[in-house]
Design a protein around this ligand. Structure first.
Ligand SMILES: Cc1cc2nc3c(=O)[nH]c(=O)nc-3n(C[C@H](O)[C@H](O)[C@H](O)COP(=O)(O)OP(=O)(O)OC[C@H]3O[C@@H](n4cnc5c(N)ncnc54)[C@H](O)[C@@H]3O)c2cc1C
Length: 387
């Protein structure tokens, strides 16, 4: 059954109303195309509404990342202009700021690990400073006396992902785009190697020539030719508020066991577990207890705050932990998924890349290593390794 037969050929359908799908829709709408976002729940119902909102390109850098690290650095550079434009267009404050991150060591194992990480950062030419425990407490007076050392990365930042979702919804509306919540997509209709439409749960087909799949951890569940191997990676996170006046810390505080993000509004986010449990979003007592203990180890004042929320979200993981951004197997199909732990950070440059691709440009340089075609061989080698 086909509907909306009058839909223009220039219309683009975006599947998924997380930060990635909404950012893509906004940028596509700005190019003058009609855009429709289909979200089966509410916008932000997936990982984007759970995320802490760290924009931590440097603090998260790890061994052997190469192209992914370059992508994250470029993404961090895109955030100031993205945030300024989004707020200017909508009037919605995002609590964006380059607050910096303090990666802490509490015991001698942590100190050894932090030195190794510091060497890696320097080897990659990334700016970070080594601090003694006393230096750390001078910067962040709420830190516990047991903090032995720290590494300060000044360029890392944060944003409130829920505010970003609200602002993007408004920005899409102002640009003439449409968002339909509570509409689940079942699959993409493709004939002759070309996208023909989007099939909704219930069988209705919306004809379209261009589809962006931004369905996060559920992207590979759609009925579509050759989906990338995206899987859910569970993360449990806590939100606290109130108690001691003002933010708990000015910077993101990070230990090998947890991170704490303090927003100017007084919200404190403590995260996060990393669990391979399929599509399970249960919050467990054990994870809540562990996260609170790990945060209390470095910031004892967390105990004074009100625990307002404990939630689990599903990160869209891939075999190489790198996103899948680019054309799919059929003409008119585009993937914007697999952003794993960095979807908030990567959303602005993903959106620019997808808007450019839909406009007919080639893959933008930072995404050349992250096309959907690469995941076919990754998926194959993954299947081989478990056989
Ligand atoms: C605990 C936790 C902490 C995190 N912290 C950070 C952080 O600090 N910084 C950072 O950069 N990233 C962080 N992330 C990662 C980040 O949240 C994700 O990478 C990002 O939100 C992915 O965005 P998305 O739009 O692709 O997916 P999602 O936000 O999951 O959105 C996908 C949407 O698609 C919808 N959908 C799915 N299937 C269908 C369908 N068939 N039809 C219609 N709609 C559908 C879902 O309902 C959902 O709303 C964190 C993630 C977790 C879980």
């Amino acid at each position: 059954m086909h509907s909306d037969a009058g839909r223009g050929a220039d219309e683009v359908v975006v599947v998924g109303g997380g930060v990635v799908g909404l950012a893509c829709a906004w940028r596509i709408a700005q190019t003058g195309r009609r855009v429709l976002v289909l979200e089966r729940d509410e916008p932000g119902a997936g990982a984007s509404g759970v995320a802490a909102g760290m924009l931590a390109a440097v603090a998260e850098a790890d061994f052997g990342e190469g192209a992914l690290l370059r992508l994250r650095l470029e993404a961090a550079d895109a955030w100031p202009a993205f945030a300024a434009e989004l707020t200017a267009r909508t009037g919605i404050e995002l609590e964006y700021g380059r607050c910096g991150a303090l990666v802490l060591a509490v015991d001698s194992d942590d100190v050894e690990e932090l030195r190794r990480v510091q060497e890696l950062r320097h080897g990659l030419g990334l700016g970070s400073e080594w601090l003694t425990g006393r230096d750390c407490r001078r910067l962040e007076p709420a830190l516990a006396p047991r903090v032995r050392a720290g590494m300060l990365t000044r360029d890392d930042g944060q944003v409130d992902p829920r505010a970003v979702v609200r602002a993007l919804r408004e920005a899409i509306r102002r640009e003439g785009g449409e968002l339909r919540a509570g509409v689940a997509v079942e699959g993409i209709d493709e004939t002759g190697n070309r996208v023909r439409g989007v099939r909704l749960a219930g069988g209705e087909v919306l004809p379209t020539r261009a589809v962006v799949v931004a369905a996060g951890a559920w992207s590979a569940s759609l009925d579509v030719c050759d989906p990338p191997p995206v899987r859910p990676v569970k993360g449990q996170v806590l939100r606290l508020r109130g108690g001691v006046a003002g933010p708990l810390a000015q910077r993101i505080v990070w230990t090998p066991r947890c991170y704490v993000v303090s927003r100017p509004s007084g919200e404190v986010v403590v995260g996060a577990t990393v669990e391979e449990r399929g599509f399970d979003t249960t919050v467990t007592a054990g994870a809540v207890r562990q996260l609170l203990e790990d945060a209390r180890e470095v910031l004892p004042d967390v105990e004074e705050r009100e625990l307002v929320e404990a939630r689990a979200g599903l990160r869209p993981g891939t075999p190489g932990n790198a996103p899948v951004v680019g054309p799919g197997g059929s003409d008119g199909l585009f993937w914007a998924t697999g952003h794993y732990r960095n979807g908030i950070l990567l959303a602005p440059i993903t959106a620019d890349a997808i808007a450019a691709l839909i406009h007919g440009a080639g893959p933008p340089p930072p995404f050349r290593d992250f096309a959907a075609s690469r995941t076919r061989s990754e998926g194959a080698s993954l299947a081989g390794s478990t056989a």
